[in-house]
Design a protein around this ligand. Structure first.
Ligand code: ADP
Ligand code: MG
Length: 223
C-alpha cells in the first residue's frame, strides 16, 4: 500500500523555486533515504511529506486520501496519529522527564495517562533507556536525548517515521546506535523516510532518492 504520495509538487518561497515538479510515492515497509547537497530542498520536501508544510501546487495523498490543506484540524490529527518525527535537534521539553516527553503525543491524542505511561516505558526499554526514564533532557547525553526523541516518535505507533538528519548532531558511535534502531524498526515493518547527507548511511537503506536544486535526479531502489 502507498502510505504517502506526492504528485507534481512545486514549492516557491519568495519567488525562489525550491521544489520542482516532484513525483514520489512511498510504500508501506520501505526504508527510504533522501540525500543531496545542502540547500537542495531535502527538508522542504520532507516537511511536505510529513504535512508540516504545504506545497505551492500539486497534490499530497496519505493512504490514498488527498490532503486538503485548508483542513488544519484534520492535518494535525493525521500528523499526530500517523507520523512520528525525529529531527536533528531533538526538541525535547526541558521541564519534563524522559518518560513525560515520550508521553506527550499520546496525551495530545487522548490516550489515558496510565496507558500512555505503560507504552512510554515500553518504548524507552526498547531504546535501552529504562534506567533513564526519570531524567530530564539536560541530564542525558546527546545520544540518549536523540533516543528519547525516537521513543517519543514511536509513541502513537505511527504509520511512518519521518526523520530529518537524525544523526546530524551525533558522534559516530551514537550515529551507529540510532541507525541500528532505525534498521530494527524497519525490520519490524515500520516505514521510514530519512533525510541525510551521509552517503554511507543512505546506502544502508533500500531506496535512495537524490535531490539536486529542488529536483529528483535519481530514485534508486535496491532489491
Ligand atoms: N523559510 C524559508 N525562507 C526562505 N528560504 C527558505 C526557507 N526554507 C528553505 N528555504 C530555501 O529553500 C532551499 C532548500 O532548503 P532546504 O529544504 O532546507 O534544503 P536542505 O534541507 O536540502 O539543506 C534553500 O535554498 C533555502 O535557502
Ligand atoms: Mg535540511
Amino acid at each position: 500500500m502507498e502510505i504517502i504520495k506526492v504528485e507534481n509538487i512545486n514549492k516557491f518561497i519568495a519567488n525562489e523555486h525550491i521544489l520542482k515538479n516532484i513525483n514520489l510515492s512511498v510504500k508501506q515497509g520501505e526504508f527510504v533515504s533522501i540525500i543531496g547537497p545542502s540547500g537542495s530542498g531535502k527538508s522542504t520536501l520532507l516537511y511536505i511529506l510529513g504535512l508540516l508544510d504545504q506545497p505551492t501546487d500539486g497534490k499530497v495523498f496519505v493512504e490514498n486520501q488527498e490532503i486538503n490543506f485548508k483542513d488544519k484540524k484534520r492535518i494535525s490529527e493525521i500528523r499526530n496519529k500517523k507520523f512520528g518525527f525525529v529531527f536533528q535537534f531533538h526538541y525535547l521539553i526541558n521541564e519534563l522527564t524522559a518518560l513525560e516527553n515520550v508521553m506527550v503525543p499520546m496525551l495530545k491524542s487522548g490516550v489515558e495517562k496510565s496507558v500512555a505511561a505503560d507504552i512510554a516505558i515500553k518504548n524507552l526499554e526498547k531504546l535501552g533507556l529504562e534506567k533513564k526514564q526519570d531524567r530530564r533532557p539536560y541530564e542525558l547525553s546527546g545520544g540518549e536525548q536523540q533516543r528519547v526523541s525516537i521513543a517519543r516518535a514511536l509513541s502513537n505507533n505511527p504509520l511512518v517515521i519521518i526523520a530529518d538528519e537524525p544523526t546530524g548532531n551525533l558522534d559516530s558511535k551514537n550515529t551507529e546506535i540510532v541507525m541500528e534502531i532505525f534498521e530494527n524498526l524497519n525490520k519490524e515493518g515500520k516505514t521510514i523516510i530519512m533525510v541525510t547527507h551521509e552517503i554511507d548511511l543512505a546506502e544502508r537503506t533500500q531506496r535512495i532518492i537524490k535531490l539536486k536544486d529542488g529536483e529528483i535526479i535519481e530514485d534508486l531502489k535496491k532489491i
